[in-house]
Design a protein. Structure first.
Lengths: 517, 517
């Protein structure tokens, strides 16, 4: 006879048996059975975040790098709510994440105790799969379904709500057969149709997203480009892309709609390859939402829900491409010298970022120059802010570092955004993660100044200035980082920034560098 | 002819004309029209929070002190989501708050741009009133309705969603007549019924909540207690209460269900006076949700939705009470000496907290001893964590200080909880608020250790220990506070704590004291 264990332990065993390896947790009283059970599951590492947004952002970063879901462990409705912003980003990146949310005992819900909230309503906007576990015997089945849903392509967010009495109830654990996760493959006829179209047409742009930006996807895309003359673009913000010297160069669509549409204006057709139809980040009066120019048609090789990498590989075969590509430019020599500004900051990072590092880019306005030359840097993986919910960078870097302990992680981080989830630094210190955080310290929400300018407020008055200003007082980043246990330094010159990055990535453990702009 | 202004400016004018005086803001691109308009509204102060949970928690604290709503200004779904936890607390405290949330232009929503989210679904669980403004001409009417709903008793949360194109559209401003806000008064017959019941019965407890804990409410309750022999209790966590030496003493219901039910076991009846029926904070197996003992009946003078202060005043008149009450014990002399622990910490605060200060108590386990003797402290207003969503204390203190610039504010703050919304310190520094934050630094989620113990895990194993531990590394609170611009110090002895509190409350501007436990 099988030994009985708690449903909490059974569902965590199911997760371990489904290759889940990490749980990013900020638990409370209603999750204690799960917390206790974790100690019986040696294969799942437990990582504490001091705020739920750290946990969900870390799960996002982890999922982007590993391609399998991590668990989050969150406390009731308010705990889940604190994690929503980064789940929104994960959702937009199609990252696999499985959220476990404790709830009051089923019989206690009607008491409407202080922490009672409508978790289901909060979960739905950022979850593709939401279920409230209804019985101890169903807990393993529910966990399995949550993982399969999150893992199937396109990957996504599952949220499983677990009342305490169900967590605590004894059950027998029966192992599920590992499910094959679904993929959505583009039909052969579609590949042939696009092959014919590319062979015959001209002035065509391929807009790459999702796994079209993997190494294999990029190589195929570059080969296709070489043989057909189609140009390669990527979405402005990508969940994950391979990038760097000697890799195929892909032009990133500009953020603002005017230059994006201008850039696309010479094409007769845009073919989506794992990308969504390109739209403006915000709606501006008199400018259409769509970035597709008039007289340009939109074609689809793979939607953002289909396996774009596979489609590109098949397309290159269909076109008889050689699996070679035009090499990008090679890595520049020399480091910048002089005062820091966004340009020299970008040059310094490009000069010293190590081969095979992971760059988590939430640099907002300060990182534009970096992004425009990062195809010259040593080959790396870049993770960006996909959903616009700021406060993603430091948690995402934390999760990426846990996913890839042998790779250096560089977080290129806007100052205002960093403050949303600054508690992530502590998890980096506790877990001794090799994360180098570069704070682009311009002491303002600079993007909002630009947006104010677009509305006609070129010279913001008192309150508008105050609400977009991070000075008065200025944040002392070195002090804050050290308070969370992360060694830190402040630099004002680009040669010092390069030197500090270089030292940090070579040493274990996290560091923060305040780059004063 | 009336000059045309933007709908954003018109609705802010409506707010100003309805006596709204503060906007706690963390805006983004979709709120720029509102940000610009604020500069045309001299009567509304704009206060920047570096995280939305700071804004919503500050609005809660402000609303509790002023009794009128502040505005929050939040950015789309993810920005709103970051504010949900403290709106949950405000919701449970019946605080008046009006949230303004920008959304994409109406015509841009279908583009499903990266920041698009289901704001309505996120808003509903924490809003009593939610509306999506549908036209520029309706903006002022919607704002007016939002304010009236939030201001009417019981006060509550309104959320108004404002697409950018509607904010920017030109309208004529027509002033609304100020609406009388509704109150829910307890019927005379009900007061008479309870008066008769109290006169004839015995072993009766009055359970006070909401505005029964105002000065007038307490005075009436004490007079009623003196004449009828009924004992006075308050809910465990109250939104706002007057407390201190020479005020009527009210016994706070214990947090855990066993001692609470034990304490209530001698009563034959519990009469609710602005309180909800008492229930256990969490559901524990084998213990009922309700704290009302068997054989004890539950009566109602005023529900939590009715004007309890008014009901108490009428009840005391009905009972011919003299408007005098048994004085509580008076303020103790002398300060504690020796190493800090929760007992001496409580003694130190009680000894030095100044007359008429505001104590924001999110002290969790460390503050138990303080709460048990704070009726001996100088008279003060206490604001507590009503909804259990931690991270409320520092923002609430910030809002209370803005509401009452002439009163010292003391935030008695658990360390783990403080980290959720630590960014509030910066707003305290920028606004030079006289807030003294006392961090109860026990370097653990101590309550979870206790809760683990209740589940049988007396000696947590590795992961359970790790997930409830805030050491490794320890937070350096002085460093973090100084990083946000707040002067800070660390104390290990109770006489030093008393001395530092004393110095801090007498000086303008914020200070943080790490009290090492």
């Amino acid at each position: 006879m099988t030994r009985k264990i708690t449903a909490a332990e059974a569902l965590l065993r199911c997760a371990a048996d489904s290759d889940v390896r990490v749980c990013f947790a900020n638990p409370g009283t209603t999750e204690m059975a799960l917390v206790s059970a974790l100690d019986n599951i040696p294969n799942i590492k437990a990582v504490l975040g001091l705020f739920e947004g750290v946990c969900t952002g870390a799960a996002d970063g982890y999922g982007r790098m590993i391609g399998k879901p991590a668990l989050t462990l969150l406390h009731l409705g308010p705990g889940f709510a604190n994690g929503i912003a980064n789940l929104h980003n994960a959702h937009r990146a199609n990252s696999p994440v499985v959220n476990l949310v404790g709830d009051h005992a089923t019989w206690h819900l009607e008491a409407d105790a202080p922490l009672t909230a409508d978790i289901d309503s909060l979960a739905r906007p950022v979850s593709n799969w939401t279920r409230r576990c209804g019985s101890p015997s169903g807990a393993v089945r529910d966990m399995h379904a949550a993982i399969v849903s999150a893992s199937s392509y396109p990957q996504k967010i599952s949220t499983l709500i677990l009342p305490t009495d169900i967590q605590q109830a004894p059950v027998e654990y029966k192992r599920f057969a590992k499910s094959a996760c679904e993929t959505k493959v583009v039909a052969e006829e579609e590949v042939q149709r696009i092959a014919k179209f590319l062979s015959e047409g001209k002035d065509i742009a391929l807009l790459l997203g999702r796994n079209a930006l993997s190494l294999k996807g990029l190589e195929s895309a570059a080969a296709i480009s070489a043989i057909t003359g189609a140009d390669l673009f990527s979405e402005t913000f990508v969940g994950r892309a391979e990038r760097g010297a000697n890799l195929p160069k892909v032009t990133r669509l500009p953020y603002f709609p005017e230059p994006a549409t201008e850039l696309l204006s010479k094409y007769r057709s845009i073919v989506l390859v794992g990308a969504r139809p390109p739209v403006s980040f915000f709606g501006y009066e008199g400018i259409p939402s769509s970035l597709v120019p008039k007289n340009c048609r939109l074609d689809i090789l793979a939607t953002e829900l289909e396996d774009a990498e596979n489609a590109l590989i098949n397309l290159s075969t269909e076109l008889n491409c050689k699996r070679t590509f035009t090499h990008g430019a090679s890595h520049p020599n020399g480091r910048p010298v002089g005062a820091l500004n966004p340009e020299s900051l970008g040059q310094a990072v490009v000069a010293v970022q190590p081969d095979n590092c992971i760059v988590v880019d939430e640099s907002a306005t300060s990182g534009g120059p970096y992004a425009s030359i990062s195809h010259l840097a040593a080959p790396h993986t870049v993770l960006q802010l996909t959903g616009g919910a700021i406060g993603q960078g430091l948690p995402c870097a934390t999760g990426a570092a846990i996913a890839c302990p042998d790779r250096a992680v560089i977080a290129l981080q806007a100052d205002g955004s960093a403050l949303y989830t600054i508690q992530a630094l502590w998890t980096q210190a506790r877990e001794s993660l090799n994360v180098t955080t570069i704070i682009c310290s311009n002491r303002s929400y600079r993007i909002l100044r630009i947006e104010l300018g677009r509305t006609g407020e070129k010279d913001p008055r008192e309150k508008a200035h105050s609400l977009t200003d991070l000075g008065n007082p200025s944040i002392d980043w070195v002090s804050i980082a050290e308070g969370f246990g992360v060694p830190a330094t402040r630099v004002e010159r680009s040669e010092d920034l390069a030197k500090e990055i270089d030292a940090s990535v070579k040493n274990p453990g996290p560091n923060l560098i305040e780059a004063v702009l």
